[in-house]
Design a protein around this ligand. Structure first.
Ligand code: SF4
Length: 353
């Protein structure tokens, strides 16, 4: 269908109120950057989901990183976002200011070079992510094993999507359809959402990250409302079965286990942990359940699509990207971060191809 027809349909739609959740943080960022919300009819509501890995990391995980950073032999290796996420009292950035050795990298594989250069130190990677990044960490463990690298560890907070989406559907929310995460589907295959689509009679549409791809997926979701089907509108990247070699690597190195999500609690079988035969690479990733958030922070509701970021009393006042009180204000994929950026930039003009 021509883009103009899709745009007209989504702008002029006056049918039943329809709520669509974009599960993935990259979709949240793309929706905000393209001003897509402003193009939609008031009868179509977009809500953000729990698909930003930094946003759903519990305070106990950050606290554990800080505890590890206090040992003189340890070096914490991480991506930029995680360093500013508040734990129960402080962030990794605060620990670095007090002298902890915290290093930022662009690829998890960089830890291998660092570890070889300083064999007397222990390098711990803050391995946070979903199905998308788990294969990279699996490969990192395989390479460390092959190289006989003894000073590499992972502190994992790896989560999987279907279990949390199951919780969102079963908790009686008003979500009529899901923009399925394109990156997760690329690895795991879009079939992972078929059981949920059938169980809850809701459509899932796998989509790319360009503005016109998201608009096409929203059009499909509105038209498919009430039908338990999965559609793939990202065929150049996503297949039914996914990347079988990446799936194989993950299952060789990791096993499923319960995991705690910020604001959502402990969800059965929603985590990935190093298998027993690889536990020498683990920096103590299991049992990190405690989740303390700042007073007044509404991240738990934002992550479930029950409230918008701007409804939080701290938004833009006590909580900003330069002084975040909750994880959703830290990451470039966080819905509070994106809502704040748009409120500052007046970027609400709407996407045109
Ligand atoms: Fe949490 Fe800040 Fe978002 Fe409020 S604005 S929900 S405190 S991250």
């Amino acid at each position: 269908m021509p883009y103009e027809s899709i745009l007209r349909f989504l702008t002029e739609y006056d049918g039943e109120k329809t709520t669509i959740m974009e599960i993935c943080g990259s979709h949240t960022a793309a929706i905000e950057h393209n001003g897509i919300r402003s193009l939609l009819s008031p009868a179509i509501r977009l809500v953000s989901g729990p698909g930003c890995p930094v946003c759903v990391t519990v305070s106990a995980y950050i606290d554990r990183l800080i505890e590890l950073s206090k040992r003189p032999e340890n070096v914490i290796v991480t991506f930029g976002d995680l360093i500013r996420v508040p734990g129960s009292g402080a962030s990794l950035s605060d620990a670095a200011a007090l002298g902890a050795d915290v290093r930022m990298v662009y690829s998890p594989m960089d830890i291998l070079t660092l570890a070889k250069k300083e064999p007397d130190r222990v390098f711990i990677f803050a391995a946070v992510g979903f199905e998308t990044t788990a294969p990279v960490y699996a490969r990192l463990v395989e390479l460390s094993e092959e190289d006989g690298q003894k000073n590499v560890r992972l502190l994992t907070s790896l989560k999987t999507m279907p279990e949390v989406v199951d919780i969102l559907c079963s908790s009686g929310g008003e979500i009529d359809g899901f923009l399925a995460p394109g990156h997760v589907c690329a690895v795991s295959g879009y079939r992972i959402f078929e059981p949920l689509a059938e169980k809850y009679n809701r459509p899932f549409v796998a989509a790319g990250f360009e503005g016109n791809e998201i608009m096409a997926a929203l059009y499909a979701l509105v038209r498919l409302k009430g039908r338990g089907v999965v559609r793939n509108l990202y065929p150049r990247v996503v297949t039914a079965e996914g990347n079988t070699s990446a799936i194989g690597a993950v299952s060789r190195i990791f096993e499923k286990g319960d995991a705690s999500w910020r604001g959502l609690g402990r969800i059965a079988s929603s985590g990935l942990y190093l298998r027993k035969e690889y536990e020498r690479f683990d920096a103590g990733s299991r049992g990190l359940d405690r989740d303390r958030v700042a007073e007044g922070c509404r991240c738990a509701f934002v992550l479930q699509g029950k409230e918008t970021s701007t409804a939080c009393p701290l938004f833009g006042k006590n909580c900003t990207p330069s002084s975040p009180k909750g994880a959703c204000m830290v990451s470039g994929e966080g819905s509070c971060f994106n809502a704040f950026q748009n409120s500052q930039n007046g970027l609400d003009g709407g996407f045109r191809p």
